[in-house]
Write a protein that binds this ligand. Structure first.
Ligand SMILES: [Zn+2]
Ligand SMILES: [Zn+2]
Length: 109
């Protein structure tokens, strides 16, 4: 009876410990992933700087429009997604159909 209680408690402790461990590993991976992302963008920027490229666009001098994702066209309307009519594409109002913006960092110069 006593040993049964002990093994039962041991099993519970094992589960708890491994659960905590897996949670800890998951949290560590999450932290490592977000830190790696930050380091990544930092390295990219310092690389661009050392190559004397624009830190924003890397020397492309243009940045893609986020609204139309660089296509220059947006599919019109929320309700058109629900209707069966063919959807109309219109020039993106944000970038005026160009699909990209001049880099704010480069265009200042
Ligand atoms: Zn656009
Ligand atoms: Zn730029």
């Amino acid at each position: 009876m006593y040993s049964f209680f002990l093994s039962k408690a041991g099993a519970i402790a094992n589960v708890t410990v491994s659960e905590i461990a897996s949670f800890g590993v998951g949290a560590l991976l999450l932290i490592a992933a977000s830190a790696a992302h930050k380091v990544d963008s930092f390295v990219a920027r310092s690389q661009r700087r050392s190559l004397k490229l624009c830190e924003e666009c890397g020397g492309v001098t243009k940045l893609p429009c986020l609204k139309c994702k660089g296509r220059g066209q947006v599919t019109e309307g929320f309700f058109s997604a629900l209707s069966s009519e063919p959807r109309e594409s219109t020039p993106c109002p944000a970038c005026k159909g160009r699909g990209q913006f001049p880099c704010p960092s480069c265009s200042k110069q």
